[in-house]
Design a protein. Structure first.
Length: 351
């Protein structure tokens, strides 16, 4: 029900996905009458692998965490995450309020031992024709060195599980490669990561800059959620800008149009590689359950990619593989399952 478009995007994406993936079963969570009407409109009301679970409330994009946690306990977001906890679903996908999704997921599912804060991790394309995994992409705008340290460990576990790399390289996003560059948080994080590298726990490359993301200098790029989200949105905007400029220029003159016709195959390939929708769907790493965040403004094509990532993660037993990796890598922390003050306060008021 969430995101900028709600069922107008999520329903066609769900229908398209189950039609392309015969093993998938999707549970649509939200206001039943609205969802059934949208399914009927698209002639999918009787689809055998699409079911509806009613949830009365909707977490709006501008709702506070207190509202999402305390006042809307029957929201589509909360009900969907409860289905994960109860074992009725393998993964959850939402385009809704990021802060609310993170807070509810953390409160309901709890975190893997050793993880203080879950982080959003997604992939970006690079010049090596492979993925660059980047985290955090918006879940934690204010971070301490130990949080970035944990992000690096979680990212390493994810890439190791998904890409089959025993020692994926980790880069720390900074304003320069030199050790003297950056703010105190980044400098202190580098000390922790270098210590892990010396112990053989992590394959820490060192500081990387923004252009290294798309060069594919490292398998993983670590940063706080503020920087990560700005980087992500900027790169997506640039991709759309480049596509728009190419389209405009190739239509400008008959000669340009002829050139476009000759280069049609190459232009199509470029469009595919630079299409931000193909990289939609970030995993909330560190939770005891699979939760994926789609962009709120995603179209049906982009939302379908988010569903694809969640399906592949569940199908490949990603949660247990990451949990095992993190158990080996992560320094244990007693604060991993302790709710934040906001979470405790909101739930106490409800009781």
């Amino acid at each position: 029900m969430g995101g900028d478009h709600g069922p107008a995007v999520t329903i066609p994406a769900a229908i398209s996905f189950v039609e392309s993936e015969p093993e998938a079963e999707l549970i649509l969570v939200g206001q039943e009458a609205v969802l059934l009407a949208e399914l009927k409109k698209r002639k999918a009301a009787e689809h055998p692998r699409l079911s509806v679970v009613h949830a009365a409330d909707i977490v709006e994009m501008d709702d506070t965490l207190e509202t999402a946690l305390r006042r809307k306990r029957d929201s589509s977001m909360r009900v969907a995450i409860n289905l994960i906890k109860e074992g009725q679903a393998h993964a959850c996908v939402s385009a809704g309020n990021t802060g609310a999704l993170m807070a509810i997921s953390r409160y309901v599912l709890k975190t893997i031992p050793g993880v203080d804060r879950p982080a959003i991790c997604s992939i970006l394309p690079n010049q090596k024709d492979g993925p660059t995994y980047m985290l955090d992409l918006g879940a934690n705008v204010d971070c301490e060195p130990q949080h970035l340290h944990q992000f690096a460990l979680m990212g390493s576990a994810l890439v190791s599980a998904m890409e089959g790399k025993d020692r994926p390289t980790v880069g720390l996003l900074n304003v320069g490669e030199e050790d003297i560059k950056g703010n105190d948080v980044v400098k202190q994080t580098a000390v922790l990561l270098r210590a892990d590298h010396e112990k053989g726990t992590l394959n820490f490359y060192g500081n990387v800059e923004g252009d290294d993301i798309f060069k594919g200098t490292t398998d993983i790029v670590v940063c706080d959620g503020f920087v990560g989200n700005v980087t992500l949105k900027t790169s997506e905007g640039l991709g759309r800008f480049v596509k728009s400029v190419l389209t405009t220029e190739f239509k400008r003159t008959p000669l340009n149009m002829l050139g476009a016709l000759i280069a049609r195959a190459a232009l199509k390939a470029i469009s595919q590689r630079l299409n931000p929708s193909r990289y939609n769907g970030g995993s909330l790493l560190g939770l005891r359950g699979l939760v994926f965040k789609s962009h709120g403004g995603a179209d049906a094509y982009g939302y379908q990619w988010a569903i694809r990532r969640a399906f592949d993660a569940a199908n490949n037993d990603l949660l247990s593989r990451i949990s095992t990796k993190i158990a080996d890598l992560m320094p244990q922390s007693s604060s991993a399952d302790v709710p934040t003050n906001t979470e405790k306060n909101t739930e106490q008021k409800t009781a």
